[in-house]
Write a new protein. Structure first.
Length: 382
């Protein structure tokens, strides 16, 4: 019999969290909402609880998965967790994406679990699935619970016999045995099941289609580089064009197929201005053009989404870091410790050409640093 805790009517939601943590500690199953559906949790340290979770959820489309507290904790579960998988997890989690990854290390956290629990979590070729669901309740529980959490996806039946994710508590199946605690937050607006992907080195493949479609995964997997100057009409557009060219030369393919995106903006840009005539002329020496460029003012979402922000001068870095200090650790000078890239605005063409040479040299240094192992290429077949 399930014990249902109605989150909407609770005068002390924290008490529900503590009840859920206590239930997990005692070997019970706990059902909680995620951003897409209801999920079930069990203590990874109690093999009987994991077996009960397996019986309750069945192998299903997702199987059982580990629930890390953060993307970084995935490396504790799987020491070989690839840089590309980590970048993807950081961008999506908490969110509707389950990542399946190989686990070749006996020294991982998984190696400390019982044999029966490992059998439920690992495939025959030692693949393990991880998911940090998007919901504050899951976050509270995972932070308070001292051991590893194992999750599963209970499934309901549609009239035509097909399985579907659970979006209301009344749809939950009855457990075969053991205690079940349910935190009921009401009906979840059904957007579908989480997408399950497999990451093998730098290759990604959709294993079970879900909320995130291939185009979204491709965009989320991109290494996004943002180049910043003052007006976004001279230095940063030249830098973006040169960097994009070098990326294509290094990684091959076309601009649409390379999972590294380059964009530019200005801290004082008005928006919609063309590249300066000097910048357009100087960049032609490299077989490039800026005829279609339009200036873009810097916005917080650009800095948030970027993996790397390269600025032309110390003033630009100071502005970004003071305005959005939480992103300071990914803002760097394009020229490193060699100082500012001088602003050619209003100068003769020789000044623009000198500036382009500076930018050409320093963009090469950064492109050489890009780690191909952090870039996922997605197979087109599903």
């Amino acid at each position: 019999m399930a014990k249902v805790l109605d989150w909407r009517r609770s005068e002390d939601p924290a008490d529900f969290i503590h009840q859920a943590v206590q239930a997990l500690t005692e070997g019970a199953l706990v059902v909680v909402p995620s951003d897409t559906c209801y999920i079930a949790l069990a203590s990874g340290l109690q093999s009987q609880a994991v077996e009960a979770l397996w019986d309750f959820c069945g192998p299903g489309p997702t199987g059982l998965y580990l629930v890390p507290r953060s993307a970084e904790e995935s490396a504790d579960f799987i020491p070989s967790f690839s840089p590309g998988a980590l970048r993807l997890a950081r961008k999506v989690w908490p969110g509707p994406l389950i990542i399946q990854h190989g686990n070749g290390s006996p020294a991982s956290t998984i190696g400390c679990l019982s044999d029966s629990t490992r059998r439920r979590l690992q495939t025959e070729d030692h693949q393990v699935r991880l998911w940090q669901p998007g919901n504050e309740i899951v976050g509270y529980i995972s932070r308070l619970f001292s051991g590893p959490l194992v999750g599963g996806l209970p499934m309901g039946k549609q009239p035509e016999g097909k399985q579907r994710v659970i979006t209301e508590v009344r749809q939950l199946p009855e457990p075969n045995e053991g205690e079940l605690v349910v935190i009921d937050t009401g009906s979840i607006v059904g957007i579908g099941a989480p997408t399950v992907v497999g990451i093998d080195g730098t290759v990604g493949r959709i294993l079970v289609p879900g909320v995130l479609v291939p185009e979204q995964l491709q965009a989320l997997s991109q290494l996004l580089v943002l180049l910043v100057c003052t007006g976004n009409t001279c230095r940063s557009p030249m830098a973006a064009a040169l960097m994009q060219k070098k990326i294509l030369e290094r990684f091959g393919g076309t601009a649409d197929s390379i999972p590294i995106a380059v964009t530019s903006a200005g801290v004082s840009a008005m928006g919609g201005d063309p590249a300066s005539s000097g910048a357009r002329q100087a960049i032609r020496n490299y077989g490039l053009n800026l005829e279609s460029h339009q200036s873009t003012p810097i916005q917080e979402y650009m800095v948030e989404q970027a993996d790397l922000v390269l600025v032309m001068g110390f003033r630009h870095r100071s502005i970004l870091c003071s305005q959005w200090p939480e992103y300071a650790d990914k803002v760097f000078m394009l020229a490193g410790d060699q100082g500012d890239i001088s602003d050619p605005f209003g100068g003769p063409i020789e000044v623009y050409e000198h500036c382009a040479k500076q930018i050409d040299r320093h963009t090469s240094t950064w492109v050489d640093r890009f780690d191909p192992s952090s870039v996922i290429r997605w197979e087109t077949r599903v």
